[in-house]
Design a protein around this ligand. Structure first.
Ligand SMILES: N[C@@H](CCC(=O)N[C@@H](CS)C(=O)NCC(=O)O)C(=O)O
Length: 307
């Protein structure tokens, strides 16, 4: 059994991004189901307060944000490559998809007709609880109206169709890369949206490309309880090697907080043990999870000294 533990839930687009990457790599992994709304006590025990979905656990190392998780999976399982050398701009297109495209798809998909399909005709209290949870989660963000999002989505789909119009199999050519997975999870979410999914029909090349992406599947998953995942962290005797590189503004051993700069910005407090251009790593102790190293991408996260 692989030591990769994905904490996720079925309806989460960013989780689908990682599930498809695990399928692309043909990996076996352990699957912990997390709650869709707060409270999430077993999540917070591992992450220290980061509540976004998904996150990846390997022993007592916890990796937050799919941008970092994708790199970690690719480093441990390099073939087939997720970051082909001939796709230097793919991570930047992925970053656009994970932010702009995702936050265009969300308001489009959360219209009443499609929300009913996604949540399987939810009772009104459930939608109220969901809205009450996500309000503070995205406080401070300017959310697109449905009218804005519909226009933008159509423009983006037309651009994607133009990119695929020479008959290429994937966005940057014959092999898929990180950009394909980041765009795919957004469009997968539209596919769940019942009648509103018809927006994809205008672009058969995009639909065919999405089918090609979804064929990668999810690899081999085995269920794991969150209690067992916590026990695995507590029993681990080592962490992935890390170090604080000089010249990046912070020294090893400093008490810091790390928080996402876009939304879901709950700060995680700990001792700085790792820092590079790619990641920031905190050591923290939890009663149940033991000594955990929590890893974040450096891009899109703010580090502050604790006062
Ligand atoms: N930048 C993050 C975004 C993750 C994200 O926004 N996930 C959504 C679910 S798809 C989320 O956290 N929703 C709130 C929640 O699950 O509590 C990543 O790449 O992992």
């Amino acid at each position: 059994m692989n030591d990769l533990i994905l904490h996720h839930y079925a309806g989460s687009p960013f989780s689908e991004k990682i599930r498809l990457i695990l399928g692309f790599k043909g990996l076996a992994w352990q699957s912990v189901n997390v709650p869709v709304v707060m409270p999430k006590p077993d999540v917070v025990a591992l992450t220290g307060g980061y509540r976004k979905t998904p996150f990846l656990q390997i022993g007592a190392d916890v990796y937050c944000d799919t941008a970092l998780m994708a790199r970690v999976i690719d480093q441990r399982h390099p073939l087939p490559p997720l970051f082909p050398a001939d796709q230097p701009l793919a991570p930047t297109l992925a970053q656009w998809a994970d932010s702009t495209l995702f936050w265009t798809v969300v308001p489009y998909v959360m219209q009443p007709a499609s929300a009913a399909a996604i949540f399987n005709n939810p009772p009104p209290e459930m939608m109220k609880a969901f809205a009450a949870d996500r309000g503070p989660f995205t406080a401070g963000m300017t959310r697109q109206t449905v009218a804005d999002a519909t226009v933008a989505l159509k423009a983006y789909l037309a651009r994607l169709a133009a990119q695929l119009s020479d008959g290429r199999a994937f966005l940057f050519g014959t092999a898929p890369g990180i950009a394909d997975f980041s765009v795919a999870h957004c469009l997968w979410f539209i596919r769940l949206a019942g009648p509103m999914a018809a927006v994809l029909d205008a672009h058969p090349a995009v639909s065919t490309w999405l089918d090609r992406m979804l064929v990668f599947g999810h690899g081999q998953k085995a269920k794991l309880s969150s209690a067992d995942a916590l026990a695995i962290a507590a029993a681990a005797t080592a962490h992935a090697p890390v170090g604080v590189e000089p010249g990046l503004g912070f020294s090893a051993g400093t008490a810091v907080t790390v928080a996402a700069t876009d939304y879901g910005s709950d700060p995680v407090a700990g001792t700085l043990v790792g820092l590079s251009a790619d990641e920031v790593v905190l050591r923290r102790n939890d009663e149940r999870a033991g000594t955990v190293h929590v890893h974040f991408p450096r891009l899109g996260f703010q580090i502050k000294e604790q006062r």
